[in-house]
Design a protein around this ligand. Sequence first.
Ligand code: SF4
Length: 295
Amino acid sequence: MKCSKCGSDAVLFQDYSGMHLCESHFTADFEGRAKKAIRKYRWISQGDRIAVAMSGGKDSSALLHFLAKTFGERRDITIFAISIDEGICGYRDMKPVEKIAERYGVSFHSVSFKDAYGFTLDEIVAKQGDRISCSRCGVLRRHLLNKTARELGATKIALGFNLDDEAQSVLMNALRGDAETLVRRQVPREGFIPRIRPFIHLPEREVALYALLNVEGFIEAGCPYSKKALRADVREILNIYNYRHPAAKYALVNLGEGLKGNEGDNKTEPSICPECGEPVFGECQACRIVMEMKR
Ligand code: SF4
């Protein structure tokens, strides 16, 4: 197929726009939409120290490439990488991640569940079963990422979340009946490093293509626990539905954005966990997991 804009060979067909795009028009379209999201949410400003949460997979590697290309020359903006080693045997490997960070000339910081909490994710699974792997992993990762980013002086944490991830999150929160998360708006709060998601409006397959075209050596293997997660079911349902209704994921993300801030009188404010000193909403889930593992 040929590019709808210039007639060169196309690398992508966008079902939602009806356009075929060649590599250079795809790149311009992709980067333009990521920049538009950054402008819309005022995600990056002068003096920012951006910690890119790097797993070394396609999303975070593509994000580091995009941020380094867009802001790497800016003297007033610092970019660095943080990797969390959950301790998943045969899957998590820090070496390729460090290499990618090195290639972009950004400093690399690696922290592990084992050092921070005294146990690995594999040990949690051995004790509690693999059905809870992603929920425990998500809590501990967010906790450790926020703490590490703050200690390193980050003003923003950049996540490689794409349109599919965002749409899945909205649907998952709806299926769990978690209205509180759906309506809670991210506002500056003491101790929480604001999170930015420049790929929020870009489909997963386009992020994957951007990574393939631009990043050498990103990790392609998936986490062995991912198949057990609620997210895997939601992804499958959503992909089937989206095949017939290509705007469905955008609709879900728009719905999620529209709901944010409608907390009414139920607004909850964070407090500081007396055990770990991190800001929390309600009970500290990370400390609860640590207690469970000690029992
Ligand atoms: Fe953690 Fe689940 Fe992601 Fe694996 S798939 S890294 S267990 S959140």
